[in-house]
Design a protein around this ligand. Structure first.
Ligand SMILES: *Cc1c(COP(=O)(O)O)cnc(C)c1O
Length: 395
């Protein structure tokens, strides 16, 4: 059996998105800035894609800027919020300890430029507390950036409530919605969001394309200077096929969202229940307030890396921590942020399923993870010490 269970890292493209892109590459290859009809046709489908994307999140088309993906959108959102703050003499930015590195590393860069960052704690359930945001906001806070749903443990933040606090206090609010887009209901107005990032390859669109939503009146800072594309906010000839593919994938995901989510939640809970039978194992993050396809466990006494390699031998594509940190020996900053100890955080496993997952696949994963964990513990010195009482179990 071959099972792709790493949909939080990237998703396979949908047939709809591939067809839309192919048609665009074969027939609508003009430059949207050209005046002849082939160019204007490209311009038309570009603007239709913008309307489609905006429609899904309750935005206006002019509030959407197409980018090269989630990382670029996050960078531009943070740089824009910071620049607006600086002009008003406000240099304080609030985020959380478990954001994606596209946010955390941009924040670090801004700190080198004189900004001050505060990272809100994330509690054991993988959630931030609105009252802690309220308490952290100062007179000189210019921007709050908190992710909609976490890419490792899948927990869903109370975005509407957090946004309401920011609105009341007159602070710009950005959310990295890369994991949420296409999977959760999002309405930028009801959710009190000023800026939002998304990436196509996380919802069955192509890689290398995404978008930044910026509320009318929020002045964006350019990361790329050049031509007047994207209302002069992002220069460079538009990647029309990718943008068209993204819009097709998002429209499809939005149209089937509830049906897909219901199916995935049932299978997710079956997988959580099955893996929960493994001794000295624990689910990471809240069991209910999590993405429909996300399962993330820590197993005591093993290394996540060995687990992944053995699961790969059995046809299962899984992940330990995030793709960005694999290859390094540091445990996931997300698991550390929710209070997991280093040793335990090393033994983590993330399985992220998609809407086409089946019960047979879930049961195959349960059976094989159980076997591999038991096998690895069989010759783990850490496990031996735990069993002999030389060291204490944490989980
Ligand atoms: C994948 C991801 C990103 C980065 O998106 P890219 O399009 O790969 O640059 C940012 N934030 C989160 C939460 C993600 O999951």
């Amino acid at each position: 059996m071959k099972i792709y269970a790493d949909n939080a890292a990237t998703t396979p493209m949908s047939r709809t998105a591939i067809d839309a892109m192919t048609r665009c590459m074969e027939e609508q290859y003009g430059n949207p800035s050209s005046l002849y009809s082939l160019g204007q046709e490209a311009k038309e489908i570009l603007e239709r894609a913008r309307e489609d994307v905006a429609g899904v999140i309750g935005a206006e088309p002019r509030e959407i800027v197409f980018t090269s993906g989630g990382s670029e959108a996050d960078n531009q959102a943070l740089r824009s919020g910071a620049a607006l703050g600086k002009r008003a003499g406000k240099m304080h930015i609030i985020s959380t300890a478990f954001e994606h590195h596209a946010v955390l590393h941009t924040l670090k860069a801004l700190e080198k430029e004189g900004f001050e960052g505060t990272l809100l704690p994330v509690h054991e359930d993988g959630l931030v507390r609105p009252e802690e945001l309220e308490a952290a906001i100062r007179d000189d806070t210019c921007l709050v950036t908190i992710m909609f749903a976490n890419n490792e443990i899948g927990t869903i933040q109370p975005i509407r409530e957090l946004g309401a606090i920011c609105r009341r206090r007159g602070v710009l609010f950005h959310t990295d919605a890369v994991q949420a887009m296409g999977h959760l209901p999002i309405d930028v107005n009801a959710d009190n969001v000023d800026m939002l990032s998304a990436s196509a390859h996380k919802f069955h669109g192509p890689k290398g394309v995404g978008f930044l939503y910026a509320r009318k009146g929020v002045r964006l800072t350019n990361l790329i200077e050049g031509g007047a594309q994207e209302r002069s906010k992002r220069a460079g000839t538009e990647n029309v096929p990718a943008i068209v593919g993204m819009a097709a994938a998002l429209k499809e995901a939005a149209a089937n969202r509830e049906k897909n989510a219901e199916h995935m939640r049932v299978l997710r809970d079956r997988l959580i229940a099955g893996l929960g039978e493994i001794p000295h194992a624990a689910l990471n993050g809240d069991a209910v307030r999590r993405l429909p396809g996300n399962v993330n466990f820590c197993f005591e006494g093993i290394e996540g890396e060995s687990l992944l390699l053995l699961l790969d031998d059995r046809g299962i594509c899984a992940s330990s921590g995030s793709a960005c940190t694999s290859g390094s020996l540091d445990p996931s900053h997300v698991l550390l942020a929710i209070g997991r100890k280093h040793d335990v955080a090393h033994g983590s496993l993330r399985l992220t399923i998609a809407e086409d997952a089946t019960e047979e696949e879930i049961d195959y994963m349960i059976r094989n993870v159980k076997e591999v964990v038991e096998y690895l513990r069989g010759f783990s010195p850490v496990w031996r010490d735990l069993m002999s009482g030389k060291s204490q179990f944490i989980l």
